[in-house]
Ligand binder design. Structure first.
Ligand code: TEU
Ligand code: CA
Length: 550
């Protein structure tokens, strides 16, 4: 069988990290590209294939770099452009690709463009932003940062006008109805691709345009711009990845992929799946996952979902209904401090009460469900959070490499760390949750994850197999197939904390041999009767199914 080799990103395993909190290479207390370069062999050894860098550009850091003040440079904290290029060269030499976060929707209010725009309507840069004399315009647009913003308009004393901002008021939205804005941002993408970047995570993509009497999300004009963007890159950078952050319902994300005739973004995050993985655990039943996967439409050819458990933001509850949201608040954010905007600002291990069984279960699903998985730095070593830090900073602590000074993150005096290490002792403290400890313990989650990443790389069926959802009688059991002609992989998961039995109707596979992954000793082959399986608490199985002939 000749498999049409999909684009590199279809089968990638992404690893999201912030250079600022990954490793400090020059001893000033701030993570940087020199330090990240030193840690590339670690990432290659773990078995990820593409790094997603959180914003690396000059910024006043009012939103951790998502408020950009120069799109064409590297933040001096993180090093020089030359150091970035050494990082990129060394990453590529290790077979790692790199995409960078790119914030098209807004700039920092300290960007020279905005400072010029404030001069008023007569200034050539004024129309680079969205101004109004009436703060009642676009009244149907929801506020996203509900903890801090009461309006999407902010008054500017110098311009004597209101300016539009979908996020913090220090992040004025660019005006995409103004042609120079589109031209400049297209040139910005090309600038970084010419330097060798492999693509972008396109931040906050639903909000680029505004129109009266609309939600100002997912507008036709935004899709038209994304088609223009994709066409522009297709000529010179056909391999470049555009990974869209369209935090919408599955049917509303579908348009962001475009069509084969008019493509937009080849990959988009599957936001609605993510909270339902946690909800299914809380409710001890597969339904939340099964329902959202059933609701997920098939993708156009050449497109792929990016799936994830957690990221640098809050665990968003924007794409769940009121009942589901209440269940998630109750199960995962009992303390108000754990909440942020419409989400939960906790990392994976604390969310799952440090329960290795549930951490492995969610990763076994992440690595076998359709889509390209995105790992969040630190989850592989059991990193914790600090809900007493402002905004979402509590889920963005420095990476811990060993039990030495600053846990291997920096040689600077601890008081100089730009982002302090967590203070409170506990199961996630970097003294125990660090890379050296994880690698030294053969039975650590780190080694389990590395083995699963290796199995996923070894079995094309886990990456490209057709997804077939099964409906076992036991509601606690999630079961699905990934199938190709030469093999299938059966994934079975117990979403409950107690042992469960099930019997799977797999008549199409009668006589097929069953081999556990990992493992070599075969299970009994499929017979004519439903195949009985029992799973321990939060148990899960990857079972390779081989036709009798093989
Ligand atoms: O987040 C965009 C966004 O829409 C968020 O509200 C997101 O839906 C929510 O936080 C759940 O993920 C992006 C970045 O991820 C975030 O860090 C930035 O603060 C924001 O854009 C503004 O740039
Ligand atoms: Ca540094």
């Amino acid at each position: 069988m000749v498999l049409q080799a999909p684009a590199w990103y279809h089968e990638a395993v992404f690893y999201e990290l912030a250079p600022r909190t990954f490793c400090d290479g020059n001893g000033d207390g701030i993570g940087d590209f020199k330090g990240l370069t030193q840690r590339l062999p670690y990432l290659a050894e773990l078995g990820v294939s593409c790094l997603w860098l959180l914003p690396m550009y000059p910024s006043p850091l009012r939103d951790d770099g998502y408020d950009i003040s120069d799109y064409r440079a590297i933040h001096p904290d993180l090093g020089s452009l030359a150091e970035f290029q050494v990082f990129l060269r060394d990453a590529h030499a290790l077979g790692l690709r790199v995409i960078a976060d790119l914030v098209l929707n807004h700039t920092s209010d300290q960007h020279p463009w905005f400072q010029a725009a404030r001069e008023g309507p007569g200034h050539p840069y004024h129309d680079w932003y969205v101004w109004s004399d009436d703060p009642g315009r676009y009244a149907e647009a929801r506020i996203i940062f509900t903890d801090t913003e009461r309006s999407n308009w902010a008054w500017d004393d110098q311009a004597r006008r209101y300016y539009w901002h979908r996020f913090f008021s220090s992040q004025p939205d660019l005006n995409y109805d103004h042609p120079p804005v589109q031209s400049e941002m297209l040139a910005t993408l090309e600038h970084w691709l010419e330097l060798g970047l492999d693509g972008f995570r396109v931040d906050a993509v639903p909000y680029l345009f505004e129109r009266e009497n609309t939600s100002c999300e997912n507008l036709p004009e935004t899709h038209a711009f994304l088609r223009r963007l994709r066409a522009r890159l297709a000529e010179r950078f056909p391999e470049a990845l555009l990974l869209g952050e369209a935090n919408q319902w599955p049917e509303d994300v579908l348009p962001y992929f475009g069509t084969p005739e008019a493509p937009e973004l080849p990959m988009n995050f599957h936001f609605p799946l993510m909270p339902r993985l946690f909800l299914a655990l809380a409710q001890q039943r597969r339904d939340p996952i099964a329902q959202v996967l059933t609701r997920t439409p098939p993708l156009p050819p050449g497109c792929q979902w990016a799936t994830f458990l957690r990221n640098h933001d809050e665990l968003t509850l924007e794409m769940v209904d009121e009942v589901e949201r209440a269940a998630m608040w109750a199960a995962y954010a009992p303390e108000p401090r754990m909440r942020c905007n419409v989400g939960i600002r906790r990392r994976l291990w604390p969310l799952l009460e440090g329960d290795r069984r549930r951490v492995e279960l969610l990763h076994a699903l992440l690595l076998s469900l359709p889509g390209a998985p995105v790992l969040y730095y630190g989850d592989e070593i059991g990193m914790g959070d600090d809900i007493h830090r402002p905004d979402r900073h509590g889920v963005r602590l420095p990476m811990a490499w060993d039990d030495g000074r600053n846990f291997g993150f920096s040689a600077a005096p601890p008081s100089q760390l730009r982002v302090a290490m967590p203070g409170d002792p506990g199961p996630y403290h970097p003294l125990v949750a660090n890379v050296a400890a994880a690698r030294a313990n053969p039975s650590s989650f780190w080694h389990w994850l590395r083995e699963r990443l290796r199995l996923r790389a070894e079995h094309v069926t886990l990456r490209r197999g057709e997804f077939v959802l099964l409906a076992p009688e036991n509601p606690a059991i999630l079961a699905f197939l990934r199938t190709m002609a030469h093999e299938a992989v059966l994934v079975v998961a117990n979403m409950s904390p107690v042992a469960q039995a099930t019997a799977l109707e797999l008549s199409a596979h009668t006589g097929w041999r069953v081999v556990p992954l990992p493992g070599a000793r075969p299970f009994p082959p499929f017979g004519d009767e439903p195949y009985p399986l029992t799973l321990g608490p939060y148990g899960h199985l990857w079972l390779q199914l081989l036709p009798p002939s093989r």
